[in-house]
Design a protein around this ligand. Structure first.
Ligand SMILES: [Zn+2]
Length: 254
């Protein structure tokens, strides 16, 4: 039996001002370590910055407070952030009793979630929803459904809900027509969209698979969880902290 699950790929696009992540509130110095050509930070220093407790175990480390809990497993990107399964940008590791996480994860993923109030503010008025596939590109095929039709119906429902909240919402396709990936990207500029969200309904080969998965544009130079290639700089990378936060908000339990 085939089973279907939804994923929503979210990426924010260019507009507004520069958005490099602001440093966290001062609570001591953050020490750095160079490892495999990139910068890592001491987890104990990060915990102290946020006034959180840090526990270091043999295989995992956690940082927690009354409000938040973050779990890291050494040498693995999979972790938990406030009860939501997440994938860090680089695997954390244990060395000589200290735990290290990448600076990218600290500044562009964890900080935007823990300190939403410190996120750079951007205009968010026009949202471009992108129902995947269409026309000759049917997407996933079940016994009685096609992904292209499911995601179009879903996009119309999301459009209706967002418009009720006062957003201006456009679709990359309004019917069963083929639209190239390049054209979908170009429409963000043509329509002056502030946010681009692509909606898909993936099919897995087993009924045990279900749920939502969310992809956000990775920071420049960071490999995607979808593959090993590095992500070159894209206009949407101006909004790295906001991209991470939006992906987390879509994914976390409501
Ligand atoms: Zn799809």
């Amino acid at each position: 039996m085939r089973f279907i699950c939804f994923f929503i790929g979210a990426l924010l696009l260019l507009f507004s001002v520069d958005t490099s992540a602001s440093p966290p509130p001062s609570g001591g110095q953050i020490r750095y370590l160079n490892h495999l050509g990139r910068k890592y930070v001491y987890l104990t220093d990060v915990a102290r910055y946020y006034g959180m407790r840090c526990r270091i175990g043999d295989k995992q480390a956690s940082v927690n407070s009354k409000y938040s809990e973050i779990l890291f497993t050494y040498e693995k990107t999979e972790g938990m952030l406030n009860g939501t399964k997440v994938y860090y940008l680089h695997p954390p590791f244990l060395r000589n009793g200290d735990v290290f996480i990448s600076e990218h994860d600290f500044l562009k993923f964890i900080d935007p979630v823990l300190r939403g109030h410190a996120l750079p503010r951007h205009r968010m008025y026009t949202i471009l929803l992108d129902p995947g596939h269409g026309g000759k590109d049917e997407g996933g095929k079940g016994r009685s459904y096609r992904e292209k039709n499911l995601v179009l119906r879903l996009a119309h429902k999301v459009k209706f809900l967002l418009e009720r909240k006062g957003y201006k919402v456009k679709l990359t396709r309004d019917g069963d027509q083929f639209v190239s990936l390049i054209k979908r990207g170009e429409m963000t500029k043509e329509l002056n969209a502030d946010v681009f969200v692509s909606i898909h309904a993936n099919i897995a080969g087993t009924a045990s698979v279900s749920g939502i998965e969310t992809f956000a544009l990775p920071p420049s130079g960071v490999p995607s969880t979808h593959g090993s290639s590095r992500n070159d700089w894209e206009p949407g990378n101006k909004f790295d902290p906001n991209n991470s936060r939006l992906g987390y908000e879509i994914k976390k339990p409501s």
